[in-house]
Design a protein around this ligand. Structure first.
Ligand SMILES: [Ca+2]
Ligand SMILES: [Ca+2]
Length: 321
């Protein structure tokens, strides 16, 4: 005991270390399921000697990723596209404000995927969704795709719906990791969207996530009754259109990548918010009432991209040899 009295920090540090290892073991068990091997896990923990906990966490995360990649169905050389397009317009079940736009975001993206040569049977539209229906479709992606397929998950909803009703942080990252594709595209158009794409920032396998606005920003979904030109998500409107816009093809290779589309759409969304939405005093006031002043920030809103793929991600299937 004397040792603990002299150096109380050591006992605490030891306990924290144990708790962290148990937490990491649980994570590995959850992610790897049947493939979890306790002996192998111990080798990962012990094999690298003593190391700080954040490094240990990274090592375990890399191990999980490598193990999953090993078990994943390898690509079959054919890049197929698989999409889940989820949009919630009706919030009568959860007592939030409705966004009645006839699922126009899904309609626009559906058109883009049709033009890109995707098999209609590979596109699931979730017009209204809850956690259960979304999880079913994430399982569908997990079961049907392989490494070289393109997986596109699109989510449009109130940010507070994702956070407070779906409890996004509790389930999404684990589901996303289990999808074997190394060409996964996640696009979220909601308020605070980067908070929700941020949930998968530590994903061990390559992916591209795009948030319509930053984690501290309120986005804008236009409603018909407001009589502004864009109905639905402003970012989504421009993003979907960019794939058919030569101006988006920044490297002039004949194909518009998702990265290029997001980049063009960011500038367009920004211009629209400042020139069109903030031209209406009543809309500016809505933001001010929420305690934010985006009209005074010329850089608002920020599209947040996390790209660990390192090469262009195309929706056009003929872009892949
Ligand atoms: Ca394939
Ligand atoms: Ca290009």
């Amino acid at each position: 005991m004397a040792r603990y009295i002299t150096w109380p920090g050591q006992s605490t540090a030891y306990k924290i270390g144990m708790l962290k290892i148990l937490e990491l073991r649980q994570r590995a068990m959850d992610r790897l399921g049947d493939q979890f091997d306790l002996k192998e896990f111990h080798n990962v923990i012990l094999g690298n000697g003593s190391m700080p906990l954040d490094i240990l966490e990274q090592v375990v995360q890399e191990y999980i990723g490598a193990r999953l990649a090993q078990a994943a169905p390898a690509g079959d050389g054919v890049a197929q596209g698989w999409a889940v397009l989820a949009e919630k317009d009706d919030y009568s079940d959860v007592d939030m404000t409705d966004l009645p736009v006839d699922h126009i975001d899904i309609v626009q993206l559906r058109q883009t995927l049709d033009d890109s040569g995707w098999d209609p049977e590979h596109i699931h539209e979730l017009r209204e969704f809850d956690r259960e229906t979304l999880q079913d479709d994430l399982d569908w992606l997990e079961e049907n795709t392989d490494e070289d397929d393109i997986v596109f998950l699109y989510v449009a909803a109130h940010g507070s719906y994702l956070r407070d009703v779906l409890l996004w942080d509790d389930f999404f990252a684990a589901e996303w990791e289990q999808i074997p594709s190394h060409r996964r595209l996640l696009v979220i158009d909601s308020c605070q969207a980067a908070d929700y794409t941020g949930a998968v920032a530590g994903d061990p396998a390559p992916h591209l996530s795009i948030a319509a606005v930053a984690g501290d920003e309120y986005g804008w979904a236009g409603l018909e009754e407001e009589e502004l030109p864009i109905i639905g998500g402003v970012f989504t409107h421009y993003f979907a259109a960019a794939f058919d816009d030569p101006a988006a093809d920044a490297d002039s290779n004949g194909f518009v990548s998702a990265q290029e589309a997001a980049s063009l759409a960011e500038g367009q969304q920004r211009a629209y918010m400042h020139d069109v939405v903030f031209a209406v005093p009543e809309f500016v006031e809505m933001y001010h009432d929420a305690g934010v002043y985006p009209d005074q920030d010329s850089a608002f809103p920020h599209v947040v991209v996390d790209d660990t793929i390192g090469e262009p991600l195309y929706l056009a299937l003929d872009a892949y040899p």
